[in-house]
Design a protein around this ligand. Sequence first.
Ligand code: ADP
Ligand code: MG
Length: 679
Amino acid sequence: MGKQHLIYTDHTLQELKGVGPKSLQLLNELNIHTLEDLVLYLPTRYEDESVINLNEATDGDVVTVTGEVYSSPTVAFFGRNKSKLTCHMMIDGVAVKVTFFNQPYLKKRLVMGETVTVKGKWEQKKQVITGQKVMAERSGGGNTLTPIYRLKEGLKQKQLNKYIEQALKLVNIDEWLSDTLINKYKLMSLKEVIPILHKPIEFEQLKFARRTFSFNELFLFQLKMKWLSKLEKESNQIEGLNYNINDVKNFIDTLPFELTDAQKNSVNEIFRDLKAPIKMHRLLQGDVGSGKTVVAAIAIFAMFNSGKQSALMVPTEILAEQHAISLDELFKGQLNVALLTSSVKGKKRKLLLEQLNAGEIDIIVGTHALIQDDVEFNDIGLVIIDEQHRFGVNQRKKLREKGADTNVLFMTATPIPRTLSISAFGEMDVTSIKQMPKGRKEIITSWAKHDEIEQVLNQLNSEIVKGQQAYVICPLIEESEALDVQNVVAIYEQLQIKFGAEKVGLLHGKMSSEEKDHIMDRFSQNEIAILVSTTVVEVGVNVPNATFMIIYDADRFGLSTLHQLRGRVGRSHHQSYCTLVASPKTESGVERMHIMTESTDGFYLSERDLEMRGPGDFFGVKQSGLPDFRVANIVEDYRMLEVARDEAAELVQSGEFFEPKYDKLRLLVQESMEEQNFD
Ligand code: ADP
Ligand code: MG
């Protein structure tokens, strides 16, 4: 890195005292190649070594406490190089036995009658502290926070500390933020902040430094998003769509129901995009069953009406088939609907591709089979990606690039929490359907322990007797040695015994697609009453007559997945039920079960899911385009993220960002753009 950067030096890692070939190798493995990398290699946490009152500690805590030694230490040796030092101390009025393993030399520092500070693990019941170290005497305050870095075997915290200390003296740090922003938000200068993050003196100071660093990171990230969206807007100029609005209205009139207000609003937003001379890039999110498919169908109709083709990509074959069928029904033969999955092969496939290329197909529905190279359109104007988070960035991109002027509509039933949508998607336009079609009854969800399964199965039976159908969901297909999960096959067999073999079907991911289709068909035709399945039914499957669902080991799933699964029932005017069967071992498992029984609002559930799982796990970081921040946390620092977004927008939109004084910052942003893939 050269002087054009905001953090720069002419020196190298090799120049540091103590860095030899071996430690250099280890540093490289931690992705530290330069001194600049090293100073930005921040601690993952800090251990608080400030002295506390022992009476305030709880059992199992690692504590730092001060007291008087009242028995001379004794050392017992056993085995080779093994020893145990024992002494007694009076700490905050508590008589405590203090032991140190394999540190016999500490005897010198634990002198009877003297006051010393020790750090160790407090075992309240036994009144024992298993010591880790005897603390050096501190004169007034001093460092009580010890930084802890993520390390490699062979590299010690102390060593890294020393390297960083030297590096900080050799590296120049320029500000990323203007003085105006620093003053406006009462931040520190980056030059002060970085050394503090490595060696904070006290907690308040660390908090302040972290706040400043987070702001820097979030601002940089938002600058990138704003810049990208500016570039995109400039390159995305296309001709606005030319459809006949009356034809579209007539089509809407032929639908078997009236659109909900939320659907009407979504249609309006999408049509505004389609008319504008810029490519649509919109996310349509709404709970399972909120009627996204119909909204998509109206957009497809408008495309057809302007002489353009559409493609709808979905994650599973079952779903592709269902979508193709329901679209065909909605269009009543006006549009030519085709289906392309990996099961479509040979002559049939060849013919289909020819028709597509000739423009004879108006809407093609399919799985990732759609992105194969030989799938060519005549004139594609709209790409719709359902359950968009199921596809990788590159898959989505490939489909989009099937045409030069493609508008893109993403759909998801896993609502993206607001927090993530402004950070991960930046400027992607978002439309939310927060309303269900009239007449839907809320699914009644309950939670049962494994030993209550008989009652649950009796409830299931009473639904079946009424002519309704049921799903029974199990987490894994094969018994795993690590996980004590119910085996889908075992449950299938058990239910066959209870309800009769012919009434129960089995569906799992390892079956061939023909087998799966066959079972799904029989279930849709009500030839099977109970479908035992793994999570393959998670997305989109529509069998309105199914009104009962059992989810085994429900605590193994996240809230969003449970909500998706539950959405397979509650698809008609009949009352539906979902029973979670779980005996959670963790508090969060119990909490999730409670949350699920209390809410059917997918937007609320996704916020809670994010809160409980954190942004990294929510959906793959890589897929979401979410950066790995060093300090910032988009959930906790959400308010700051919004502020950073507004400031970044101001800087980019005013054009100030492109003035020479921002040359270095632009370069930094540019580099971070290259590291990432965006939609
Ligand atoms: P999503 O894709 O959002 O899960 P769908 O589009 O599959 O939901 O719609 C679920 C069901 O509701 C379908 O059977 C659909 O025909 C029906 N539906 C959609 N919109 C309405 C509406 N406005 N009124 C009544 N039923 C509707
Ligand atoms: Mg759907």
